[in-house]
Design a protein around this ligand. Structure first.
Ligand code: HEM
Length: 186
């Protein structure tokens, strides 16, 4: 087989870590609706910890990408496929940033935030956003509800874009027989 243009090892590691943590976060958030009450809080605490970690990994990913050119898309892609792939990548970047940020704003506006300090993975003390925690109670309740809705709608958008991204990659790999997964593998 001809040599495959690959992403760097750092880009590959960040890609799969972000994919793993986002998948875990969706399972935790949805799963929290189906478990006994005693398990809900630890699941949501883990959700917040993974979400803040994704934000950190996202920043690392963007900095890496700005300083390390990704490999070009395979020449065999039709122009429309290349456009769709780029559009999905751009939308994924936007969602990977917007989901943690809206979750963090939603949580910072929680009326019980002061009595439930955030700790990443139950170890590292973490901060709420002071421009939200400092709001009056009525504004906080409004922001809490609004950003809870935005967070939920963004998660629906994530399912759509992620589905298109994964199906596109699988189509190239198995129908078109391009070494697609190898590009994003160590
Ligand atoms: C990778 C980043 C994240 C993803 C993919 C994600 C995804 C989700 C999803 C799918 C839901 C359930 C929405 C619904 O169906 O109503 C949810 C709920 C929630 N998320 Fe996130 N989230 C992320 C980051 C965060 C962060 C950073 C925080 C807070 C610091 C956070 C706080 C919450 C809270 C409090 C809920 C509501 C849980 C409940 O029902 O009580 N999320 N998130």
């Amino acid at each position: 087989m001809a040599a495959v243009d690959k992403y760097t090892k750092t880009a590959v590691t960040l890609h799969w870590l972000i994919a793993l943590f986002i998948t875990a976060n969706v399972i935790l958030a949805i799963g929290a609706g189906y478990v006994p009450d005693a398990d809900v809080r630890p699941m949501i605490d883990l959700h917040k910890s993974l979400g803040i970690t994704v934000l950190g990994l996202f920043i690392a990913r963007v900095l890496w990408r700005l300083t390390h050119k990704p490999p070009p898309l395979p020449a065999a892609y039709r122009p429309l496929e290349a456009l769709a792939a780029h559009a999905a990548h751009l939308a994924l970047y936007a969602l990977i940033l917007a989901l943690p940020v809206t979750g963090w704003i939603h949580d910072s506006a929680w009326s019980a935030a002061a009595s439930h300090p955030m700790k990443l993975f139950w170890i590292i003390p973490w901060f709420r956003l002071s421009f939200i925690t400092g709001l009056d109670p009525a504004s906080k309740a409004y922001v809490h509800t609004l950003f809870g809705h935005i967070h939920t709608y963004l998660s629906y958008a994530l399912y759509g874009v992620l589905g298109a991204h994964v199906l596109g990659a699988l189509k190239h790999q198995f129908f078109d027989k391009h070494p697609e997964i190898q590009r994003m593998w160590l």
